[in-house]
Design a binder for this molecule. Structure first.
Ligand SMILES: CC(C)(COP(=O)(O)OP(=O)(O)OC[C@H]1O[C@@H](n2cnc3c(N)ncnc32)[C@H](O)[C@@H]1OP(=O)(O)O)[C@@H](O)C(=O)NCCC(=O)NCCS
Length: 396
């Protein structure tokens, strides 16, 4: 029997603060699954109209699905968060776009009528799970030259992108990074993240404390302070700790609902999902991924780039953000449409969580900007992919 596709709404989105993935980081002694539980409970506490026994799936992404991120984290955290034991859950992985993928897969469950209420999210405790932990790439990748060795190191792929776009200089990347830091500082100072960041009580060697602030931002960064930073990825390179996203611990999630659930439970959705798309490029230049993903999602939505009022682009590296701006004719290096509240160079990038960080940030940006109708959330992905989602602001 043919059935119509259902509309999908984002009811809410939030994240933990993003800590530094190091022994003295805010979440160093906190489990990844407990961070997920915090987000699930926050989403449901903030939206009391949602019956807990009606969550149709709890979909969580992590790049490393092992230890405190293993054992099908969507199911473990459904139980740990106190959802009824009848709540199913699953785990997905698309590296940095894990949270974006859990959001899109949850949306598709709703679209085809398999679900009405979904919790989706992503987590990465990079302190517990350094990038690529336990991975065992098939030797054929290198032996048969399927990829260059640099494809397996994200910083090296950013250096490759510099080679491909020789006009983009380190000075531009540093300047772009300072702009991102300044935008984030302004938004944080103005209290824009009050609803986005959920405070979490955490244990450290010195007792309990509340983690409610990102540890990565460097609002004091200047061209002068960045000029002597090391090049971790290539001798005499252009990519530095100052113009890269960091290594972080964090979780982010969203609550999705069908139109039927919105009406039945009296929910106040923030955005409607218009379209999503994934695309891929050569792994050696993975930072280019958002370009074809954005072209594809626009084409599938029947929209033009100019129709977008705001773009949340995950800044894995400044060079990759500048390439995106250049390819779509945006105003270099500071376009008011791009990351108006700052990006990952300031906040950090706990891999699989970042897709939902973008969605939550967009939802609350929309709340303050009823004049903004359409927004894009997009990101690059290790091994050469791009993810893109278009949302419509329904808060006006
Ligand atoms: C670039 C990278 C290797 C740096 O790691 P790190 O050395 O642990 O980073 P830190 O934050 O300690 O910065 C290193 C130094 O630069 C300094 N620094 C960083 N940014 C700075 C800035 N904007 N201004 C001034 N100093 C800065 C730090 O203070 C630190 O100095 P110190 O060594 O004297 O303490 C790491 O962040 C990284 O790998 N990033 C990319 C992550 C990634 O690939 N994600 C996936 C994307 S697809």
């Amino acid at each position: 029997m043919a059935r119509e596709l259902q509309e999908v709404y984002v009811v809410d989105g939030c994240r933990t603060a993003f800590g530094k993935a190091r022994p003295n980081g805010a979440f160093a002694q906190t489990r990844a699954d407990d961070m997920v539980v915090k987000i699930i409970r926050s989403l449901l506490d903030r939206n009391p109209g949602v019956p807990r026994d009606k969550i149709d799936d709890n979909i969580w992404a992590a790049s490393t699905q092992w230890g405190d991120q293993g054992l099908t984290i969507g199911r473990t955290t459904a139980i740990l968060s106190g959802l009824p034991v009848t709540t199913p859950g699953c785990a997905v992985d698309r590296m940095c776009a894990g949270g974006a993928t859990s959001t899109c897969f949850g949306a598709s469950e709703i679209q085809v009528g398999a679900a009405d209420l979904i919790v989706a999210g992503g987590v990465e405790h990079m302190g517990n799970h350094p990038m690529g932990q336990g991975a065992d790439p098939n030797p054929r990748f290198l032996a048969e030259k399927l990829v260059d060795q640099s494809a397996l190191n994200m910083g090296m792929t950013a250096e490759n992108l510099h080679d491909m776009y020789p006009d983009i200089t380190q000075a531009q990347c540093d300047e772009y990074s300072i702009i991102s830091q300044q935008k984030a500082k302004k938004a944080l100072d103005e209290g824009k993240f009050g609803n986005v960041i959920v405070p979490m009580t955490v244990w450290s060697g010195n007792g309990w404390s509340v983690a409610d602030k990102d540890e990565q931002p460097r609002p004091e960064a200047t061209l002068e302070s960045m000029k002597d930073l090391r090049y971790p990825f290539r001798v005499k390179g252009r990519v530095t700790p100052g113009n890269s996203s960091g290594l972080n611990d964090g979780a982010a999630g969203v609550l999705l609902a069908s139109e039927k659930a919105v009406k039945e439970y009296g929910l106040e959705p923030k955005m409607r999902l218009v379209q999503y798309a994934f695309a891929a490029v050569k792994p050696e230049i993975m930072g280019l991924g958002p370009v074809p993903a954005t072209q594809k999602v626009l084409e599938r939505a029947g929209m033009k780039f100019e129709d977008l009022d705001v773009i949340e682009l995950n800044e894995a590296f400044a060079v990759q953000a500048i390439v995106f701006m250049q390819e779509f004719g945006m105003k270099l290096l500071d376009d008011p449409k791009l990351n108006p509240w700052g990006g990952a160079i300031a906040f950090g990038h706990p891999l699989a969580s970042s897709g939902c960080r973008l969605v939550a940030q967009l939802a609350y940006y929309f709340a303050e900007h009823p004049e903004a109708k359409y927004g894009l959330a997009t990101m690059c992905v290790g091994l050469g992919q791009g993810a893109a989602m278009i949302f419509e602001n329904v808060q006006n």
